[in-house]
Design a protein around this ligand. Structure first.
Ligand code: AMP
Length: 209
């Protein structure tokens, strides 16, 4: 799943994973968990994450390699937030050689919408459900619909870090659109609209493939 920060990769990856019964693998989620648990991986990544910069390719590729070896990933998986650089994309190609066909879903969103999506984002610390206070608020203010837990926001969803994350996307990740486009692996989606509609379109595309 490709897309700028705020494009809805997390929300859509969850929807697609549920639809196909495959694991949703988010490098951001894995890194945030490692930071919270103060694991060595988290300590290596924390500074970069807080500044909105990319964590080193070596660290991220290592964690993806380990995750893809688990049994639940045997019949497919959805990667959210990986690859984010050409080095990571080439590494993924090597990991998947002889194992799986790659399909790249690119979420395109009006740049003006992206900032609101990020600053309005809230998530449930228990089930991970993502809300947005502007576009997709929970039924009860500040509480998860499923778990009733108090919603939290990500520490890197502040203006300065958001700016840095956009830069990391422009320089590091955008070239992947061409990288995959040239190989006819890229499927573009207009992701400005309602999340459920977009999930339906993504699942439809995957079913056809
Ligand atoms: P995300 O939840 O995907 O927005 O990721 C949050 C942060 O984790 C990013 O701003 C990066 O600092 C780090 N991160 C996640 N995935 C990667 C990746 N594939 N390569 C480098 N850094 C990453």
């Amino acid at each position: 799943m490709l897309g700028a920060p705020g494009a809805g990769k997390g929300t859509q990856a969850r929807g697609v994973a549920e639809c196909f019964g495959i694991p949703h693998i988010s490098t951001g989620d894995i890194l945030r968990e490692a930071v919270a648990k103060r694991l060595p991986l988290g300590l290596a990544a924390q500074q970069e994450m807080e500044a909105g910069r990319l964590v080193s390719d070596k660290v991220v590729c290592g964690l993806v390699k380990e995750r893809l070896q688990r049994p639940d990933a045997v019949s497919g998986f959805i990667l959210d937030g990986f690859p984010r650089t050409l080095v990571q994309a080439r590494y993924l190609d090597r990991l998947l050689r002889g194992r799986a066909d790659l399909l790249v879903l690119n979420l395109r969103v009006d740049p003006e919408l992206l900032v609101k999506r990020l600053t309005g984002r809230r998530s449930c610390p228990v089930c991970g459900q993502i809300y947005n206070i502007y576009f997709n608020p929970p039924r009860q203010e500040g509480r998860c619909d499923r778990e009733s837990a108090k919603l939290v926001y990500r520490s890197d969803d502040n203006e300065q870090t958001i700016r840095q994350r956009f830069m990391a996307y422009e320089h590091g990740t955008k070239p992947l659109i061409e990288y995959y486009g040239r190989r006819n692996l890229l499927h573009d989606f207009d992701a400005d609209g309602a999340p459920e509609t977009i999930t339906r379109q993504l699942c439809e595309c995957l079913r056809k493939a």
